[in-house]
Design a protein around this ligand. Structure first.
Ligand SMILES: Cc1cc2nc3c(=O)[nH]c(=O)nc-3n(C[C@H](O)[C@H](O)[C@H](O)COP(=O)(O)OP(=O)(O)OC[C@H]3O[C@@H](n4cnc5c(N)ncnc54)[C@H](O)[C@@H]3O)c2cc1C
Length: 430
């Protein structure tokens, strides 16, 4: 396993690899003085930069990313998003929290959707059938409870039996599934490329520009290889890498998870991937597997997890191949063309961080597996907070704040103990 690094993953993102070549924005060079510097051009940073410009249009804004847009985790995820989020284990006890968060997620989701539509971002955003698939007793009990709670909350949902799943998603692996209609799928690398490339020209975007040091002498000073930036206000939208600047070391860990896309299938195979044109399957368990169809002729699987570093490429390929073949044995001959990993910032209680770290220094992150909508929302709201717009007390109250995580070596040991237990509970949903 390799140590967590800022932007170079073991393999390129499969989503980004399928897109046409793109010319990255130039590396930052020389000395600059700006009002706002946004570090990290993922969903959170792109949203913060866009909203800062909307609210303070004459200000100089710089958006810096260590890597190239599309190769960060915002271009590596599974592309599931929706205006509603509910935990793996939705019960009457936590339904109140779901309702508290719902208006914020709707705000983030519809703001994002509007940007996609206004700028014609070709990321395949589509309302799709997203199913929580149960393959175990525990999974089934969770989705049946979740369905009853969603009914009470007034959210459209439906339980599908094994035969219906065989018809819709071409696998008999799951015994039943919970279909939530108001769900969306998209091509994540196309989305983040589109979000960054459609930013107003007044925002200076620099790629391959890693901020190596951050210090405060009146204003904030950002040091990069070959460049320095002095900024009145800074946004750290670096997600898991926030710890590299010494923040939240006792609140978040970087966990890595992995995905694979099949090669484009021959028409006779593509015809055996289910009757639903767009579908995705989420697990009812943290350590479970996500799957989806992409386009008409590819399948994707996302699974496995590691702590603060990537697994070896051969272990990832072997693990994802096993998972894929167990679900679609009739398509076992179809090869996994792209296999890659990505990082997420995990917090113990699932709460993201959001707000002011210090005078002029702001940050948001820790959206676990739901950063498309949540990262967008938190980036947007951060810009509003920084420019004195809006009222935000309800946001922190709804999402909560990340809880304390013990220092090393207890953190690593604790992670592995919990992961082992969770893997056991996930059983066949892994
Ligand atoms: C395999 C996988 C599947 C997932 N599936 C989903 C899903 O289906 N739906 C969903 O909503 N979420 C999903 N997620 C989570 C989602 O990808 C993240 O929540 C999201 O990327 C967070 O966005 P962000 O902008 O906060 O951080 P990131 O996307 O991590 O962006 C942070 C950026 O900061 C840059 N950076 C870091 N340090 C520095 C520095 N010092 N200087 C300059 N730049 C720096 C990085 O290069 C990076 O581009 C998944 C994640 C993975 C890995």
């Amino acid at each position: 396993m390799t140590r967590s690094r800022v932007h170079d993953f073991n393999a390129p993102s499969g989503w980004n690899a399928m897109l046409p070549p793109r010319r990255p924005n130039p590396q930052a060079a020389g000395r600059h003085r700006v009002k706002y510097a946004v570090v990290g051009a993922g969903y959170t940073g792109a949203a913060a930069a866009r909203r800062l410009h909307e609210l303070d249009p004459s200000a100089d804004i710089m958006l810096l990313d260590a890597g190239v847009v599309g190769e960060g985790s915002s271009g590596r995820n599974s592309g599931f998003t929706r205006p509603l989020e509910f935990p793996m284990e939705l019960t009457r006890a936590n339904a109140g929290r779901v309702q508290k968060i719902a208006p914020f997620l709707q705000e983030g989701f519809y703001w994002l959707k509007d940007i996609v539509e206004r700028h014609g971002i070709d990321c395949g955003l589509v309302r799709a059938g997203v199913i929580r698939g149960a393959a175990t007793d525990l999974g089934e009990s969770r989705i049946r409870t979740a369905s009853a709670v969603l009914d009470e909350l007034g959210y459209e949902n439906q339980i599908l039996g094994r035969e219906e799943l065989v018809d819709r998603v071409a696998t008999s692996y799951y015994r039943c599934g919970l279909l939530v209609s108001d769900s969306y799928l998209l091509q994540p690398a196309a989305l983040i490329r589109g979000l960054v490339d459609s930013l107003p020209k007044a925002i200076a975007v620099h790629e391959r520009s890693q901020v190596k040091k951050l210090s405060r002498r009146g204003n904030w000073h950002l040091e990069l290889d070959g460049a320095t930036v002095e900024a009145e206000r800074v946004v750290l939208a670096t997600n898991a890498y926030v710890k590299h600047f010494g923040y939240l070391v006792d609140r978040t860990v970087a966990t890595y998870t992995y995905a694979a896309l099949t090669e484009a299938m021959a028409p006779e195979d593509a015809g055996r991937t289910g009757s639903m044109t767009h579908w995705g399957i989420l697990p009812p368990h943290k350590m479970g597997t996500t799957c989806r169809r992409f386009g008409r002729d590819r399948l994707m699987v996302r699974s496995l997890a590691s702590y603060e570093g990537e697994l070896s490429p051969s272990a990832v390929r072997a693990g994802l191949t096993r998972i894929y073949q167990a679900r679609w044995p009739h398509l076992a001959h179809v090869k996994l063309e792209h296999v890659w990993g990505g990082a997420t910032a995990f917090t113990m209680n699932g709460a993201p961080w959001w707000g002011k770290f210090d005078e002029g220094l702001y940050s948001a992150g820790g959206c676990n597996g739901a950063g498309i909508t949540k990262g967008t929302l938190l980036g947007k709201r951060l810009a509003e907070l920084m420019t004195g717009h809006g009222e935000h007390a309800g946001l922190t109250e709804a999402f909560g704040t990340p809880s304390w995580i013990a220092p090393e070596p207890f953190r690593r040991i604790g992670y592995h103990v919990i992961a082992r237990k969770e893997r056991k509970m996930a059983g066949a949903e892994r």
